[in-house]
Design a protein around this ligand. Sequence first.
Ligand SMILES: Cc1ncc(C[n+]2csc(CCOP(=O)(O)OP(=O)(O)O)c2C)c(N)n1
Ligand SMILES: [Mg+2]
Length: 566
Amino acid sequence: MPQSEPPAATRSAAALLVDCLATQGCDRIFTVPGESFLAVLDALPDYPAIEVVTCRQEGGVSFMACADGAMNAAGSGRPGVAFVTRGPGATNASIGVHVAHQDSQPMILFVGDVARGMQGREGFQEVDFPAFFAPICKWAAKIDDPARIPEYIARAYAVAMNGRPGPVVLALPEDMLVEAVPASLAPRPFVTRTAQAVCPDAMAALFDLIADAASPVAIIGGAGWNAKAREHFQTFATRIGLPVATAFRRQDAVPPDCPVYAGNLGYGPNPKLVERIRNADLVIAVGARLGEATTEGYTLPTLEHPGKTLVHIHPDPEELGRVYRTDLALACGVDEFAECAALWEDSAVIPFDAGAQAHAEWLAWSTPQASGAALDLGLCVAAMRDMLPDDTMICNGAGNFAGWWHRHWHYRAYPGQLAPTCGAMGYGVPAAVAAALRFPERTVVAVAGDGDFLMNGQELATAAQAGASLIVVVVDNGAYGTIRMHQEREYPGRVSATVLANPDFAMLGAAYGAWSARAETTEQFIAALEEARGRTGLRLIHAVTDLERIAASGATITGLRARAKG
Ligand SMILES: Cc1ncc(C[n+]2csc(CCOP(=O)(O)OP(=O)(O)O)c2C)c(N)n1
Ligand SMILES: [Mg+2]
């Protein structure tokens, strides 16, 4: 009798996929499970190096993955990873993909998809995911052939991390995941960021421009910014006295005590900084896209910027010369650029006084003055500065409440600011959960408006389940205050759809197991913070504020109405 061949060893496609993720260094995934990817859930326990964070809504899942990618971007550059189910899960998760895209953060979203045999009939929860996600991510695809999983995962990492980092979406047909693949089919090796060196001729041209400039300014932060870029850019800018502004919500790109730090751009910047950029004859943008929020609607600088020279340094050549007329464009890693600039021999450059002046202006502007409010948010942020450790991370979503932190908090930690440059509400709490898991030894604070908090406050349950330690400050002005501000400016006195009747946030926090307190005055806030910082686990401070004081700029509703009518 001929000897029969032993059966070839196999494993599921899902097991191969998880193996590929482990090979790429993935150590945490965020998910709401779905029946579409049971085979992945089945494979995950065999990879204990990958922690599974079970969340409560896919908006929270994708925000956590985006924030995880944002934190990794500061060091390893690895993407945040999320798994969600077909139509309902993926559409919920789309907000985080949009944020990762606009924020240039590395992220991979896996979507459990309908079986291949069901496709094209509008099967149960079927969506054409590559088409749905294409406009809001770097690359969206479907893996139909399990033999190509190693190729797709390696490409997903490369795309998410390289050039301008961003999100990748991969759809995984349910029946593909359960197919058997040969056990010999191995993951591709660890993907590293591509080397993107700086062109020496371009550097020489840049230093010539600096030597000729009378009033230069830098705008930094964004794609590919990391600890190396932060350190070297600080050295370079300090040496030549170059004023350094950070792009919108990139305030941790340089330490606040850097002697040439000039403050942040974005909504409500220091008018003196705005003036400085208006009067600059040389603008050096590094990593920043020069987006609408950073540039006050493409006016700072203007697209053609007559009288100014614009140097733009960005890892993606497609960003260069795309929106702005650009005089000198460098496509390179911003960290490579910063290191090269720090080491460059520049004897022709006479250091500028402007950096120190700009820093003094920022220090004055960021120091809060008492507003007279019962709970004075500026003074509360100042108290936080005094009372919380230097490594504190501040996480927020969107709303005017964030303006007090952007203006008065000093973002010392790196990474130290998790905030969506695309202005998505509901980001702060999930980001804080991701931060508390990534940096358990640090103090993590989510600041949220009353509107903002209820967009993803349910993720406090995820935090409690995962044993995360974080503080939430809910700034409750009983309104979608930002929109009310715009309403009062455009349609004074006509209040529509912006009033909020709120739950008792302190009780809500307590229901999630948080220690919580209500504060109606600055003193009560400071006392609550004192108690909160002495504890671990979930802590929530419900800070009740006066809607009249509508923005960190000092604007009031009465003043806006008067100005609009006058
Ligand atoms: C997901 C999402 N929905 C809607 C908006 C539009 N929006 C921007 S700020 C804002 C109000 C925020 O209210 P709240 O969190 O209470 O903060 P406040 O402005 O009152 O300080 C709204 C509705 C948005 N940016 N994101
Ligand atoms: Mg509000």
